[in-house]
Design a protein around this ligand. Structure first.
Ligand SMILES: *Cc1c(COP(=O)(O)O)cnc(C)c1O
Length: 357
């Protein structure tokens, strides 16, 4: 039998996303926005209790952000029906937990050290978290993970490149997991623009149970606007759309994002500059002989290890350099995460570190 056919049979592409979803969510009759039935622009709108006088913002925004999705869709090479937008990808993490995990019954898997938001959302929603320590080379221990997975495991969160380690999980390993796991694999790619590794987005063509998160907060430089996205099967998109607040992305954000996404050259130039500065910082930090370890990174930050992390942190703060303490035993005791800044900022950081005794 040909390999493709076998794969599809194992994966049962008609995997029922609705069966993974919480029953109350499945049965939920979504709030219907006033303007959903009418698509035109030339009309007298007396349907949404808006103020008729133009302030620039007197009308409610498009609840499905169609214009923004068109542009993002072509940028990311995905259909708009595969996109959900959130008030930052943090909102989407919360939506996933709320939509798929039954409180006090289902569980989800996260890896440590990793992004803390997954656990926070789980705790808010009273969902059990099975937290697994990464291996010494910062990759998931898949065998150990499979021992922790059971019928009630709805979500597995992978972060790649990972925060705060900067390590990428090879795409082949992700595909294997997606192929085998019967729940949703959430691949958080907040830092994907800083690496050469391919996005997991392409897995969407073959599998229903992969959800890829990306954001405009990091490489795109729009953290203040709050715009994150999930790229997922239309069935997942439908569920998240039903649960999200109708007007979760403001008109101001939608308009500004549309304008800034056009500046692709600027985006690329800054991203490349950050990547090149990351390389320089790595080399220079290693020369200092200040750290036990300076880890390679595929993101826009560098993780270093020193037993004196608190003292060093304090020293830097006193010189108005703010870094992030990531003192997370057992894997990264004494960890400090430093974001790559501008060339001048990085020079200042290096200069101050050189004077440290
Ligand atoms: C920064 C970051 C995000 C982005 O969150 P937004 O809400 O989109 O700003 C998501 N995941 C990880 C791992 C991050 O580090």
């Amino acid at each position: 039998m040909n390999k493709m056919k076998v794969l599809n049979e194992i994966n049962e592409k008609p995997m029922d996303i609705n069966q993974l979803c919480r029953k109350n969510i499945l049965e939920l009759q979504p709030y219907s926005c006033a303007r959903e039935e009418y698509q035109g622009k030339q009309a007298i709108f007396l349907d949404a209790n808006e103020n008729p006088y133009d302030t620039g913002y007197n009308r409610y925004p498009d609840p499905y952000q169609r214009e923004v999705k068109k542009k993002l869709g072509s940028l990311k090479q995905v259909a708009t029906e595969n996109l959900v937008l959130g008030n930052g990808s943090d909102e989407i993490i919360d939506l996933l937990v709320r939509s798929f995990c039954e409180p006090a019954r289902d569980n989800m898997i996260v890896f440590s050290p990793g992004y803390a938001m997954y656990e926070v959302c789980a705790a808010v929603n009273q969902v059990e978290v099975r937290k697994l320590v990464l291996t010494a080379d910062f990759l998931p221990d898949w065998e150990e993970m499979w021992r922790q997975v059971d019928k009630r495991t709805k979500l597995i969160f992978l972060c790649t490149p990972n925060n705060p380690t900067g390590k990428v999980i090879p795409l082949v390993q992700i595909e294997q997991l997606v192929q085998t796991f019967r729940g949703l694999v959430v691949v958080d790619e907040a830092y994907i623009d800083f690496t050469r590794e391919k996005s997991a987005v392409n897995l969407l063509q073959k599998y229903r149970n992969v959800v890829v998160l990306q954001t405009l907060s990091k490489a795109w430089g729009m953290a203040g606007l709050r715009l994150g996205m999930a790229m997922a099967d239309p069935a997942v998109v439908g569920i998240l759309n039903k649960v999200k607040a109708p007007y979760n992305i403001s008109s101001l954000t939608q308009q500004t994002v549309l304008a800034l996404l056009d500046r692709y050259d600027e985006f690329q130039k800054r991203r490349d500059e950050i990547v090149s500065e990351r390389g320089r910082l790595l080399t220079e930090l290693r020369k200092l002989n200040l750290f036990q370890q300076v880890y390679d990174s595929e993101a826009n930050f560098i993780l270093v290890i020193t037993p004196a992390c608190r003292k060093l942190y304090q020293y830097l703060i006193e010189r108005q350099l703010v870094v992030r303490l990531r003192d997370m035993p057992p894997l990264i005791p004494g960890g400090i995460r430093m974001t790559v800044g501008t060339k001048e900022e990085n020079n200042r950081l290096l200069e101050v570190l050189k004077q440290y005794k």
